[in-house]
Ligand binder design. Structure first.
Ligand code: ADP
Ligand code: MG
Length: 796
């Protein structure tokens, strides 16, 4: 038996007999093959010369073999693996009287004829004594399953707490292991204590057989040895959990209902045994079928209790006990068929190993200490002095901070690398410096714009309305692009275009530049009407969301006064923003299509669920009918279902697999919908951002600013919002502008220069406006001599 990916080991053992049916049962010299022959129609007493024959290849034949040899071949390997932390099961299966109890328990009155259980207990305690590097804790439990009732065979032991009010039940634990709730666990320190418990349990089994009229061969018995081991050495932080258990199972007799001709109590017992053994077979068939993801363990107490002991994460050995006589050949065949099916079950035993966190931490601390020592030896050998691997002190951090500051200012040429910790701190300080600078730029911007606001306020524009553009942006987003713009709401259609207001106002400001600068005039009021009608959005657009300047192909000519944002947005989507708008539309279409699919899937899932419910309840009715009226069992002992019930079973399976498929698709479609949502939102945000930039650039910014940006000239830092520039990082040109403006932020002399330059441009423009414009000049914002200056420029 190997540890990984092995099959269940299966042995056949014959009960010694004087009349061994040599003509029917043949053991081949390979020690693994059993050939069985059976007269055709022998059941009906028809005598003829025809024989059916079968060949079974198993792991070993135990014929005329001593108890000692049986233990050596069947039990020892499993027991030793349990001590290493793997679960193990030894199980006997076969007809009543074929020798299951003899194999498991043996003859209790004769030491040399003791069976696998007492030998296993002896081996466990011998090993526990020998393995001084581990401490072991051993517990025993002894469970009997009789007519689907769980019986604690050790409940009579002194001090046993009893099953509690809820009785006993098989419970699955997280991780797949199974425990019998209410079953007493007994701590044992020696082989003697363990054997006492075994005999106590055996005695209780016999007493039950007499006083409660139970036939011990008609119950299943599971003796479980629970082993927990801990490492005694600190370096080994692993320990094996109590989930390592050895199950020693003596199954009830497997003879068939038809053959025993039972009635009354015996019939009832036989039915329960039939049921549990046929479910055991079903579970085994399901385990053997690698394609099946569900194994019906819960159908009976036996299969449920053995869930973690049949195949799977367990070393499992089965002994098929048979009679050697011709009279029992039919049951012998049935037992061997079961055995060969069991052999197809594959096991994948895994070590039940856990890490003790406390020991693990201690181990790692020790390892760190050792590594530090090695490092310091290495440093000494490499002549590196002053190396430290400890966490930096506050003074050291302050020193690095000062170095980084000086490096950024230029007074320090380079920062010497000392060690990893110091490098990490240098990077951290760079990050801090960048964040501080960003903060500085932001507050400079705020300062600048609050100045603008004050100026506007003093010139008659109500500051309270400065939030207006945000609501407009919100509406556009809320309606979805296209909708909000194509059908503008009241708030979008304004009697006086905000941009127009802004333009006229700027015109006034420019033409009366001097007056404005001294604060003596109120230039905009007569143009833009009473404050309540005026639209302050343009100021907000400039102050809250200053334009990102995108030098690009020449834009369509600027009209005299800029179009409303609603119109402009339509133009933008058709031209400059057409690509991103197309992507947005495509994404929206995909999103709609995925949403529709999601709805379809949800409907289909609901329909499948309803059908599953209907089919399950119909099936349940069948089962109840079968239980009350008895069930058909084939000659091979397999449950025979009526055609209609079988059809329901198939239908249910089909529905369940359909439900699973739909559910999977629904889950992935949900993820796709959410992803598409994200894409659509991103596209919207991008379209809006680019539109704002384009709008400001095309209608609001002085052409000279554009030109200057294109030629690498200087510009006020406030014109480019840092966060917007960061958001459009992939746009290399924008990024360049941001870098330029940041440099400006650190260079006040450039700002003064630019201010002076702008003032002279203003003057030039006010002079230029006297010249009449051609039609094309009117359309071209860039070529226009007269420009609507952004609010920021009016205060210079
Ligand atoms: P089961 O538990 O399968 O019903 P038992 O183990 O009780 O059968 O066996 C029935 C009888 O046969 C017992 O008296 C037992 O001692 C005897 N027996 C079974 N197998 C052997 C064997 N291999 N060697 C000696 N006696 C055996
Ligand atoms: Mg028995």
């Amino acid at each position: 038996m190997s540890a990984r990916g092995s099959e269940v080991s299966v042995f056949v053992r014959t009960r010694p007999t004087a009349s061994f049916a040599q003509e029917l049962i043949e053991y081949l010299p390979d020690g693994q093959t059993v050939n069985v022959r059976q007269w055709k129609e022998s059941r009906k007493g028809v005598v003829n010369n025809q024989l059916n024959s079968w060949s079974f290849r198993l792991d070993g034949v135990l014929h005329d073999v001593s108890q000692e040899d049986v233990y050596a071949r069947v039990g020892r390997g499993v027991v030793l693996r349990v001590l290493q932390g793997y679960n193990g099961t030894v199980m006997c299966f076969g007809q009543t009287g074929a020798g299951k109890t003899y194999t498991m328990t043996g003859a209790t009155e004769n030491y040399s004829q003791r069976g696998i259980i007492p030998r296993a207990l002896q081996e466990v305690f011998r090993e526990v004594e020998q393995r001084s590097d581990h401490t072991f804790t051993v517990h025993l439990s002894f469970l009997e399953i009789y007519n689907e009732t769980l019986v604690d065979l050790l409940s009579s032991v002194r001090g046993c707490p009893g099953p509690g009010p809820g009785g006993m039940a098989v419970v699955e634990e997280p991780g797949g292991s199974v425990v019998v709730k209410g079953l007493s666990l007994h701590l044992v320190h020696s082989e003697v204590e363990a054997l006492n418990l075994l005999f106590e349990g055996e005695m209780n089994r016999i007493i039950g057989a007499h006083s409660l009229n139970r036939n011990s061969s008609r119950s299943h018995c599971i003796l479980t040895v629970h082993i927990e081991s801990h490492s005694r050495t600190l370096s080994d932080a692993k320990y094996v959990t109590s989930t390592s258990k050895l199950n020693l199972v003596d199954l009830a007799g497997s003879e068939r209902l038809g053959k025993t001709k039972s009635e009354g109590q015996v019939l009832k017992e036989a039915m329960y045994i039939n049921k549990s053994l046929s479910f055991l077979e079903q579970a085994i068939l399901a385990l053997a079928d690698r394609k099946r993801d569900h194994v019906p363990f819960r159908q009976t107490k036996l299969t449920h209790a053995l869930k973690d002991s049949l195949g799977g994460n367990c070393n499992t050995v089965l002994v098929a006990n048979i009679y050697g006589e011709a009279a029992q050949i039919e049951e012998t065949l049935s037992t061997l068929r079961f055995a060969s099916r069991m052999k197809r079950v594959r096991t994948d035993p895994a070590l039940n190993e856990h890490i003790n966190p406390v020991l693990q931490v201690l181990k790692l601390q020790k390892e760190i200490q050792l590594l530090k020592q090695q490092l310091s030896i290495h440093d000494t050998l490499a002549n590196r002095t002053g190396m430290s691997y400890e966490t930096l002190s506050e003074t050291q951090v302050a020193e690095i901070q000062s170095q980084v500051q000086r490096y950024l200012e230029g007074s320090l040429e380079e920062i010497n690398i000392v060690n990893i910790k110091q490098i990490q701190e240098v990077f951290a300080q760079f990050k801090v410096a960048i964040q501080q600078q960003e903060q500085r730029v932001r507050s400079q911007l705020c300062e600048t714009y609050s100045l603008v606001e004050k100026t506007q306020s003093s010139s008659g524009t109500p500051v309270a309305k400065l939030q207006a553009p945000k609501s407009m942006v919100g509406e556009v987003e809320g309606c979805g692009f296209g909708v909000g713009v194509a059908a503008p709401s009241e708030r979008h259609v304004r009697p006086v275009s905000p941009d127009r207001t802004r333009t006229r106002k700027t015109k006034e400001l420019v033409s009366h530049g001097k007056k404005e600068a001294t604060g003596a005039g109120r230039p905009a009021e007569d143009v833009s009407g009473p404050p309540s009608q005026r639209e302050p959005e343009v100021y907000e657009l400039e102050t809250q969301d200053p334009p990102v300047l995108l030098p690009g192909p020449r834009e369509p000519p600027r009209p005299d006064s800029p179009p409303s944002k609603t119109e402009a947005f339509e133009d933008f989507k058709a031209e400059r923003g057409s690509e991103i708008n197309r992507i947005l539309k495509e994404n929206k279409a995909v999103l709609l299509e995925r949403r529709a699919r999601l709805r379809e899937l949800t409907d289909a899932i609901n329909t499948a669920k309803t059908e599953i419910d209907h089919t399950s309840s119909a099936l349940q009715q069948w089962r109840e009918r079968r239980q009350s009226q008895g069930q058909f069992v084939s000659a091979q002992g397999e449950l025979v279902l009526e055609e209609e019930e079988l059809a329901l079973v198939m239908r249910l399976q089909e529905l369940k697999s359909r439900y699973r498929l739909l559910y999977e698709e629904q889950r992935s479609t949900k993820a796709e919908v959410s992803y598409c949502h994200h894409l659509v939102d991103q596209c919207r945000a991008r379209l809006l951002t680019e539109f704002e930039s384009w709008y400001n650039e095309s209608f609001l910014l002085p052409e000279e600013v554009q030109a200057m940006l294109r030629t690498g000239g200087t510009i006020r830092p406030g014109l480019i919002p840092l966060d917007k520039a960061l958001a459009l990082e992939e746009d290399e040109q924008v990024r360049c502008e941001r870098v330029r403006s940041e440099r400006l932020a650190d260079s006040p002399s450039a700002v003064s220069f630019y201010s002076a330059h702008m003032r002279s441009l203003q003057r030039q423009r006010s002079v230029g406006r006297a010249t009449p414009q051609t039609a094309s000049q009117k359309r071209s914002p860039r070529d226009s001599g007269r420009t609507r200056l952004p609010a920021i420029l009016t205060i210079m």
